[in-house]
Design a binder for this molecule. Structure first.
Ligand SMILES: CC(=O)SCCNC(=O)CCNC(=O)[C@H](O)C(C)(C)COP(=O)(O)OP(=O)(O)OC[C@H]1O[C@@H](n2cnc3c(N)ncnc32)[C@H](O)[C@@H]1OP(=O)(O)O
Ligand SMILES: CC(C)C(=O)C(=O)O
Length: 550
């Protein structure tokens, strides 16, 4: 099984054959319109893939036209090879040629299965018939096109000795690329590598042709066991010089070998593979994003290379390492794949170093005590909130540095709610001189009614931007923690003493076992901040006016 490759191939280039528009489009629900396929093909050309498999022209007239359109627009002399897939029959091959012939560099890719299970149940053919069909159909394709690729489908589960026979027939008939598919993602890397090495070594007459680059061995792996990329790399190590892959690894079932992963593995581990690709790696992220948007297939956040978290660091120890030297936790630069920069995500696992750096980026330069207090409050918030945003941090530190006086205090709140009442709230607030005011309001729910009643008393223009409630403790007697964010009207801007930046957004928090009470406290707190900022602003105007008169 562990047959070691003894091959010495002249070229150190691994060709990238992108099949996003053919095998990728076979992902359930990924159907693309022709104009989207053309856009993706153009982007693949910018990415500098060597081959675009643009579709399966015999599948439908629309598919044929889409492949032809790509051949015409993207298949320029400097552009990639444009391939069309065809079963091993005359009709499919003729249609493939009809579509790809418009390209400067066309390729017909024909295939037939070689595993016993496919022969017996699907094709209902004998091995002899498969060999004869291969010879005949590769020769038929060769009449149209010099560049013919042949694939023994389900090679991963085929008898290797039979594969050698079929592949020899394909080469004799003129195939210049032999693509070895692990169609159902069944093999494991050592085994697949050995399969490739065995093919090169044992297919009659093949090895010298592969060494001179007259015949290219290609690999096409599927991800049913999550091994598609590992298998493709094992194939490359054994002598393959073309990898068939898709953007974001989309494709039938669990998908195909992911282009970005295999390309970056070859790039980052040049020391191990001693090979290169022609890919413009800086275009990777843009391509991934386009394919995701057009197919509607979302990229999982932890996906290697292109996932949202691929260059994000949350743990404090990692963030500290990153700040001291990027290579401590990153094996490649985000910019290499077109991601603007790596991110330090602030959350409950973050440490002081990263927190301080983010504060400085936001314009806050705190002394040690202030930083410790801000960090304590940040951790408290991170325990409750999944993501702590920059806005949260600004509000949190802003609040810490700026403690307004309490213009209004909540005295009482009483609500009538339920599914047979109009939600009604009666609220009593006390002002700085100890005078109480009461208002009653109805609303769409008890919180809305309560907020309307408060507005009746406080009467300061504001918009509620965000209302969120969380339980701080567990169980039926849980304490509710309400956070509100409001924006004040004109003249309610607060100047950040650290940065000089202005904002009219105020945050209020209220905690109580009754969430209506917690909601009222939070809103009153936010309004108090707004009122304090307004009176500060007025004082500023008066002082400026006095200075001018003086
Ligand atoms: C592993 C892969 O990804 S292979 C590529 C898969 N892609 C596609 O299937 C493309 C979309 N397919 C289609 O639109 C349709 O299946 C078509 C137009 C290609 C064919 O449709 P139909 O003629 O209705 O046939 P259907 O798909 O039901 O069955 C496939 C037939 O092709 C035969 N066949 C399958 N593979 C091959 C092959 N490589 N060479 C020759 N014949 C083949 C099957 O044995 C079956 O033949 P049968 O009708 O004599 O039993
Ligand atoms: C047609 C071949 C290359 C294929 O897609 C597969 O076997 O998975």
């Amino acid at each position: 099984m562990s047959q070691q490759p003894t091959i010495s191939i002249e070229s150190d280039v691994v060709r990238i054959f992108d099949t996003t528009l053919r095998d990728g489009e076979q992902s359930p629900g990924a159907t693309l319109h022709t104009h989207e396929k053309i856009e993706i093909a153009k982007q693949l050309a910018r990415l500098n893939v060597d081959v675009i498999e643009a579709g399966f022209p015999a599948a439908s007239p629309g598919d044929l036209e889409a492949v032809a359109a790509i051949a015409r627009t993207v298949g320029t002399p400097d552009g990639p090879i444009i391939a069309g897939l065809a079963r091993a029959n005359r009709d499919d091959i003729s249609k493939a040629w009809e579509a790809v012939r418009h390209a400067a560099k066309p390729r017909i890719h024909t295939f037939i299965a070689t595993s016993d299970i496919h022969l017996q149940y699907k094709l209902r053919m004998t091995r002899e018939e498969v060999v004869a069909t291969t010879r005949e159909m590769v020769a038929f394709a060769k009449q149209f096109c010099d560049d013919v690729e042949f694939s023994p489908e389900d090679a991963g589960r085929s008898d290797p000795r039979f594969l050698y026979e079929v592949l020899a027939a394909a080469v004799e008939a003129g195939a210049t690329t032999l693509n070895i598919p692990d169609t159902v993602g069944y093999t494991v890397p050592e085994e697949f590598g050995a399969l490739i090495a065995g093919i090169i070594e044992n297919t009659p007459g093949l090895k010298p042709k592969v060494e001179r680059g007259e015949v290219i061995i290609s690999v096409h792996t599927h991800n049913d066991l999550g091994l598609a990329v590992a298998n493709a790399l094992a194939g490359v190590k054994a002598g393959a010089r073309q990898v068939e892959c898709t953007i974001n690894g989309i494709g039938e079932r669990a998908g195909n070998c992911s282009l970005e992963e295999v390309v970056m593995a070859l790039y980052v581990r040049r020391d191990y593979f001693n090979l290169r690709t022609n890919i413009v790696t800086q275009e990777i992220y843009r391509t991934s994003d386009m394919v995701s948007r057009y197919t509607g297939i979302v990229v999982q956040p932890n996906k290697a290379i292109v996932g949202a978290n691929a260059f994000a660091h949350e743990a404090g120890i990692h963030q500290d390492g990153m700040l001291k030297h990027k290579r401590t936790y990153e094996i490649m630069d985000a910019a290499t794949v077109g991601v603007p920069e790596s991110r330090l995500v602030l959350g409950k696992h973050s440490g002081r170093h990263a927190f301080r750096v983010r504060l400085e980026q936001l314009g806050f330069h705190l002394n040690k005590e202030q930083l410790n207090e801000a960090f304590r409050r940040f951790k408290e918030l991170a325990d409750k909130k999944k993501y702590v945003t920059d806005a949260d941090i600004m509000a949190l530190v802003g609040d810490q540095l700026y403690q307004p006086k309490e213009t209004w205090q909540l005295v009482r709140v009483q609500v009538l709610a339920g599914n047979s009442n109009i939600p009604t709230a009666t609220v009593t607030l006390r002002d700085e001189e100890g005078r109480e005011q009461t208002a009653t309001a109805i609303g769409t729910g008890p919180v809305d009614a309560c907020y309307r009643a408060i507005r009746e008393i406080v009467r300061v223009p504001n918009n509620l931007l965000e209302y969120s409630v969380q339980s701080v403790t567990e169980g039926i007697d849980a304490v509710g923690d309400v956070t509100v964010r409001i924006r004040g009207g004109e003249g309610s801007e607060r100047v950040n003493p650290q940065t000089g930046s202005r904002s009219s957004v105020y945050i209020g928090r209220g905690v109580d076992t009754d969430i209506i009470v917690a909601s009222a406290k939070a809103y009153v707190q936010a309004l108090n901040k707004l009122l304090a900022a307004q009176s500060d602003a007025q004082a500023e105007v008066v002082i400026k006016a006095e200075e001018t008169t003086a």
